[in-house]
Ligand binder design. Sequence first.
Ligand SMILES: C[S@@+](CC[C@H](N)C(=O)[O-])C[C@H]1O[C@@H](n2cnc3c(N)ncnc32)[C@H](O)[C@@H]1O
Length: 345
Amino acid sequence: MASSETITLSAADYLRLIVHGTTAYELLRTALEFDLFEKLEAAGGMELTEVAAAIDVEPQPARVLLLGLTSIQLLTLVDGTYANTDLVRRKLLRSSPRFLGPLVDIQEVINPSLVDFAESMRKNTNVGLRHIDGPGTTLYQRLTVHPELQKVFYANMGDASRKAFDQILERYDFSHVRHAIDIGGGDGSNAAKLSARYPDLTVTVFDQPTVTELAAGRLPEAESAVRFHPGDLFADALPQGADAILYFHIFEIWSLPRNTELLRKCYDALPDGGVCLVYSFVSDDDGTGSMSAGLVSPYFLTLASGEGMAYSSRDMEQAVRDAGFRQVQRYAGLGFSHALIVGHK
Ligand SMILES: C[S@@+](CC[C@H](N)C(=O)[O-])C[C@H]1O[C@@H](n2cnc3c(N)ncnc32)[C@H](O)[C@@H]1O
């Protein structure tokens, strides 16, 4: 049974959905590939033969897809007419501000690697990286030689970051900051949002060369106070002269000792009075959820780096303190399963 906010399933169906998770995912991805939700919405609902004609397939395969989507409660069927559920309207139509398409697309990069989850656990490293060739030992390094995959990755990362950034602006006042370094700043989505809100603040995106290139293509320097500094987080010095460092969606990539080491590097690069903002996906302090944290963590072990996960905000706070920061503030329980820790030097 589905309402706009809640779906009720029997325990047996819940387990079925887990066991057949790959099929459920493919039903959804295929509906998006055929633009089915958009077509149903535009038509105000369609019968089977109309759907088959609209997505240019025979009625029999259309029937298989429609049965699957109706069984997982993404479509309704009333008097022979298929229509989108409220959930689809809120999250699976391109015009929706909460559209999840980029998150669905990135699973195509992640899912093939997850068959190696158990072996990654045994070896305590990202065995699933074998599915993507290229240099280095992390997904981020491999993506630099796969421009198409890199595009899919940043379409999702940038989208998730833009959605989750406003709550930072609501909670933290940057008016005392003159220059922020956005380390591992990705496609510049966070930098662009910060710069738009604080036009006098300079933001330097520090990331791998192919990534700063991609970011610079999205946000030409001439049009904003966003700057780009290619480099390696571990091998190179951080850019000088900043009084704030953004450490956004970096914490979940690395082990706790490596985070402490990187945060110490941030501490050393800041002047007295400087701040480091650590903002990440997190799990609950009690280790029971959220579901989003539980489902994203195997990706960090199996593919991304072989050592990260959605840590708790308590872990994050401890690492910031261990790196030497004083007056540490914790903003936990934020939306999108996020937390923000601010450390002052
Ligand atoms: C999960 S993404 C986060 C992007 C961005 N901070 C955001 O919140 O949208 C991690 C970023 O760290 C960068 N990164 C990973 N390893 C790096 C390294 N050794 N040197 C520089 N950047 C690195 C990746 O290229 C990627 O853009």
